[in-house]
Design a protein around this ligand. Structure first.
Ligand code: TYM
Length: 332
């Protein structure tokens, strides 16, 4: 391993599918930005992961560009970090194959995301959906990653990555660095505004269930006003109030206020006042991101420059690790 690397190495990825949600932002992207101060960060638009679902070619190309623009708008800074597109660095696909020979069928069968997605799309349970976590492990391990900033829905995939890396090291010696997850204090799992028992997801067909980072202020306020809340009228973090707890988590993540502080702030007030305040905190947080996004998204030359330089820099690191692995296995 490269022991000269001084700062902790951070790696994370996001799928370019239909825009990003407030869940993506609070669960992961805010930490992507924050970690750049103290770490050596590498961030990736995972286009290969996104084709487990059929995509129209022009729409996929556009989604990759818009995703990169949104990551820049959320604070990813190409002067300090590497931003690139997964499919531009072929080492990811190659290491994924190698690692798949060290991953058990049973392990992959236990992945809850695979089980959920294959139930949702029984007409297209492709092998890519099944081996998806192996490609994710390759993404992470190619960069001698220390920390992986993700939401809690990706925890199980990270555990698998750690298991596979540990198993490989057990056979061949100290080849892979074993990564740790990095989760937000609150908001690691932002829930649907219409069903607080399921995760806020960009693929939700109900538009009122999710806040997209590009939503207009009036749409954001309207969606929070319509958010499902629980019986009663008190703003209190209780087990029987999952809707309120979800809104409190969002508000806490964006304002830095603790749950007891929020309970005090809304004592004697109803759900209506609280929902409006949560909506406003989201509008305020997203305003600067939206104006940056609108500025960058149509600057194709700039985006191409950032991504091609990113791919070159990422490729140089990834290829060194890939050669190390190939030598250990006996392929070189
Ligand atoms: P993806 O594209 O589904 O989501 C990107 C990030 O957003 C987080 N997230 C959430 N956090 C809190 N609440 C939510 N409702 C919510 N929805 C999404 C996810 O946890 C994730 O951190 N497999 C990954 C992408 C990936 C990756 C990687 C991540 C590929 N290779 C290597 C880290 C390292 C995924 O599909 O994320």
């Amino acid at each position: 391993m490269d022991n000269n690397q001084k700062k902790p190495r951070v790696f994370s990825g996001i799928q370019p599918t239909g825009g990003f949600t407030l869940g993506n932002y609070i669960g992961a992207l805010r930490n992507w930005d924050k970690l750049q101060d103290e770490c050596d960060c590498i961030y990736c638009v995972v286009d290969l992961h996104s084709i487990t679902i059929r995509r129209e070619p022009a729409a996929l190309r556009r989604a990759v560009r818009e995703s990169a623009a949104m990551l820049l708008a959320c604070g990813v800074d190409p002067a300090r970090s590497i931003l690139f597109v997964q499919g531009d660095v072929s080492a990811h696909a190659e290491l994924s194959w190698l690692l798949s020979c060290y991953t058990q069928f049973g392990e992959l069968s236990r992945m809850t995301q695979f089980k959920d997605k294959s139930l949702k799309h029984p007409e297209n349970v492709n092998a890519g959906l099944f081996t998806y976590p192996v490609l994710m492990a390759a993404d992470i391990l190619l960069y001698d990653t220390d920390l992986v900033p993700i939401g809690s829905d990706q925890k199980q995939h990270l555990e698998l990555c750690r298991d596979v890396a540990g198993r490989f090291n057990g056979i061949y010696g100290d080849v892979f660095r074993i990564p740790e997850g990095y989760f937000p204090k609150v908001g690691g799992r932002v829930m649907s505004l219409q069903d607080p028992s399921s995760k806020m997801s960009k693929s939700d067909e109900n538009d009122n269930a999710k806040i997209m980072l590009t939503d207009a202020p009036d749409a954001i306020i309207r969606k929070f006003k319509r958010a499902i809340t629980d019986s009663g009228s008190e703003v209190r973090a209780a087990e029987d109030k999952p809707g309120i707890v979800n809104l409190m988590s969002i508000y806490s993540a964006l304002t830095g206020k603790t749950f007891p502080e929020i309970e005090r702030e809304f004592e004697g007030k109803g759900y209506g006042d609280f929902k409006l305040a949560v909506g406003e905190s989201v509008v305020d947080a997203l305003a600067p991101i939206q104006s940056e996004y609108n500025r960058i998204v149509n600057d194709k030359a700039y985006l191409n420059d950032v991504l091609s330089e990113g791919a070159q820099r990422a490729g140089a690191i990834a290829n060194r690790v890939l050669h190390r692995v190939r030598r250990k296995i006996g392929l070189e």
